[in-house]
Ligand binder design. Structure first.
Ligand code: SF4
Length: 347
């Protein structure tokens, strides 16, 4: 492969990103937080959330002592809430078992909830100056294009090979591991972009196979498509007095810990449910609809009935509550639910 680490370190001096708020620090808490947020989200979106988050939870003890719901609320809009739940669990574990100090051991980092091999590598490099490789989506793209690997990077044998390449390509000493790791991330995000890579500005172009053979549209290969099973759920969206009725999801399963809508087996029992839970016979059906969404392992059809009620009583209060429309922006709701609510007509 040749050693691209020297070229990347040189390139970063003049062309890398130097002013992101989580750079120029060795504080593992801040680095960890940014790495988790960046796992599925673009830098521009993360910037706002990161600032809000560290203002509210400036250190790991404060995060550990917060209620999970408050953490989810602050995460609202970033999606992939499992990241927020794991963030909270990890904070509790570090606060309890590590005297509120991030462990510097790679294996211990890897054992914490939500920290995979690449994230543990990034924390090790940025916070502890350790020579550990990273292999996130951006890095996979750079390596597969540079080497002309046409197979999907998520295939286990290809992934194994990429980890070996990432390890072999580490700089010789740990002196520049911080810059090298940042350079790889920056090159993937700003130059070797998924669409329209800026190959003419790339420090690797003289030896890059995809550039020389014009393969940047084919590489990286997409994940092979397979037919996913389809699940159906039936939700009641009940609107009354400027509020919607929400039901908290259990701590395990789809949308764990978030506020969704009351879920029925089907819509044959809508009237009974409203009578039993809200003591109302009189309601108005405003709309019946279906929203499609998909997850990694299945597709989900969300059937909903949009109902208007005059009163907003609640008999069984266990897991249900009314949330005012004006407070929805900051509530911990699954994103498909937010999307559905945005399509509904105001009453
Ligand atoms: S030359 Fe183009 S395809 Fe190759 S690594 Fe650079 S940006 Fe990516």
């Amino acid at each position: 492969m040749g050693f691209i680490s020297d070229q990347l370190i040189q390139w970063h001096k003049t062309s890398g990103r130097h002013n992101l708020p989580w750079q120029n620090t060795h504080d593992p808490y801040l680095i960890w937080l940014s790495e988790i947020m960046l796992q599925q989200t673009q830098v521009t979106t993360v910037l706002t959330y990161y600032k809000k988050f560290i203002k509210r939870f400036p250190d790991i003890d404060i995060l550990a002592n917060a209620e999970e719901e408050k953490v989810l609320e602050l995460w609202s809009g970033l999606g992939y809430y499992a990241r927020a739940r794991n963030l909270h669990k990890t904070a509790i574990e570090i606060s309890k078992n590590y005297d509120a100090k991030f462990p510097s051991s790679f294996d211990r980092l890897l054992s914490l909830p939500g920290i995979g091999r690449s994230t543990a590598g990034a924390i090790s490099a940025f916070a502890f100056k350790k020579k550990k490789p990273i292999l996130d989506g951006n890095v996979k793209r750079v390596f597969t294009r540079y080497l002309g690997i046409k197979e999907w990077a998520g295939k286990p044998s290809v992934e194994k090979e990429l980890w070996e390449i990432a390890t072999r390509n580490l700089p010789k000493t740990n002196k520049h591991i911080h810059t090298y790791t940042q350079a790889l991330m920056d090159l993937g995000a700003t130059i070797c972009r998924r669409t329209q890579p800026l190959c003419n500005n790339c420090p690797l172009k003289s030896k890059c196979i995809s550039f020389k053979k014009n393969l940047t549209k084919e590489i990286p290969a997409s994940k092979p498509k397979k037919t996913l099973p389809i699940n159906e759920i039936y939700l009641l969206i009940i609107n009354s007095r400027d509020s919607y009725l929400f039901e908290k999801k259990p701590s395990k399963g789809i949308w764990a810990g978030l506020w969704s809508m009351p879920e029925l087996e089907n819509f044959k029992n809508t009237a009974n449910w409203i009578k039993e839970n809200l003591n109302e016979d009189d309601y108005k059906m405003l709309e019946i609809g279906k929203h499609k969404t998909s997850f990694t392992h299945y597709k989900l059809n969300i059937h909903f009935q949009y109902i208007f009620l005059n009163s907003s009583k609640l008999l069984k209060t266990d897991n249900c509550k009314w949330i005012k429309k004006s407070s929805l922006k900051n509530a911990a709701l699954p994103s498909p639910i937010k999307k559905i609510l945005n399509t509904l007509k105001d009453v």
